[in-house]
Design a binder for this molecule. Sequence first.
Ligand code: BCO
Length: 565
Amino acid sequence: TKPPGRRFHKDYQLQVPLTLDDLEAIMLCERPLPKSFNFAADVLDQWSQKEKTGERPANPALWWVNSQGNEVKWSFRELGSLSRKAANVLTKSCGLERGDRVAMILPRIPEWWLLNVACMRTGLVFMPGTTQLTAKDLLYRLRASKAKCIVASDEVVPAVESAASECPDLKTKLLVSPHSRNGWLSFQELFQNASTEHSCVETGSQESMAIFFTSGTSGSPKMAQHSQSSLGIGSTHCGRHWFDLKSSDTMWNISDTGWIKASLGSLFSPWLMGSCVFVHRMAQFDTDTVLDVLATYPITTLCGPPTVYRMLVQKDLRRYKFKSLKHCLTGGEPLNPEVLEQWRAQTGLNLYEGYGQTEVGLICASYKGQEIKPGSMGIRAPPHDVQIIDENGDVLPPGKEGEISIRLTPTRHFSLFSKYVDNPEKTAATIRGGFYVTGDRGVMDSDGYFRFVGRADDVIISAGYRIGPFEVESALIEHPAVAESAVVSSPDPIRGEVVKAFVVLSAPFKSSNPEQLTLELQDHVKKSTAPYKYPRKVEFVQELPKTVTGKIKRNILRDREWGRA
Ligand code: BCO
């Protein structure tokens, strides 16, 4: 007999609604992955139900504020009905169908959460992107993904308009703005008239849910595809154990909506736990605002890249009394022990580091209740069996440096990305022996704590951003002053590392004023590609180190920057 109020899942002896324990058991492979899973139906709608029965405290599901004093608070019930309306806008008004790809280029506004959930309800594949993307970036992304729709806000409109005519697959431009525009559908207008009746698509657990663009050493960013279950179930460990969230908690994760960290830290992990997602829309990142917000709102859990904490510890933190803060987390780039110490000394709170990447989500973490080893990013995060391997795919003993990798045997865990879309070579290149290789070098100690050493390739990790040198070099070469360039990382006390460009000038620019030309090149890169990638340091050189075959040796320049032999 079926217990009242619970139906048996048609595939397995799992019951739905799935409890958090069920989800964790699936994540730990103690139970099989159900054939179908949908985060909106299987998680969000269940919290809505718990709200109704009083099993969840009266804590908003989304609490959004901005610097002008505006505020939006939604319960899970409101999130449910509003996202059903948004789902009808996407399918009925925009004519999108299950499996279609949707570029989601929105700043931190409530509609970002609404439309992501609406995509889940309709089986559309969302592709987040930062609003810093330029026309050239968008052109590449829209063409490579064959996106059927772009959802954008006012600030992105000029870039979309200059790219759209060269994107034959793009059928719909959906504008999220109080104003309407020719050639665009207005989300606000369509939303007002949309029905709240919508039945959620029964998506397959392994069906595509999202695509994240991620930079590599060469070429344009790759499209890392995640399934419905990879983030939807795979984030259970992060929410429950690393973030240590309960449904009474309020989590503020400082990350741009364009990165997987926003999806993990501001959507999947907290909502799996029924917690409140707090969002502050700052036009420009500002430490005073962050500290005022922590002193004003009942935020219990804070996560941001180490650069944010490096900026915060420059202030006199003792002047602030944080209202409810009890758990602080960081990830996206290595945390220096001094910043951990300063944060502890000034706030009395620990700083728990995590390490992850777009392809995997959380890989290692420091957990509440366990020893924090300064300079280490913690121990393996279940379900992953994390090892350090050598170039042959053999596991190295503690203390030996190698590549941080995840065991793929006996099976590849469903929380890993499915593939790089349309790129079987690069997907295959992530596998060595029975391991997924992260591309990061590290060392594990005898207690199982991992230390990050650096990238195995030329990718630059600056302020939590993953920046491909090729993308910056491609932007630089468009400028007539640049004959050739090499872009590498360079140390920086606040951003960890920054982008540095070594530039060989073309003949007509050889005697230009270097300061002026530096500013001009920086400005040029900011216009050509997303500004976070611009070279904060520029050095003009006569020639670049090269191999006999003429390939630029970025490693020589990088080693010089970092004072390595
Ligand atoms: O610093 P500058 O002022 O010289 O330059 C800034 C901006 O002013 C400039 N910019 C932005 N829009 C522009 C523009 N310039 C011209 N035209 C425009 N339209 O570009 C630079 C952008 O730098 P930023 O984004 O680092 O800005 P900011 O204000 O310094 O922010 C600091 C951080 C720490 C808040 C920011 O860097 C940040 O959010 N970093 C974290 C990134 C992140 O979330 N990474 C996670 C990746 S996912 C992951 O790691 C996997 C984990 C599982």
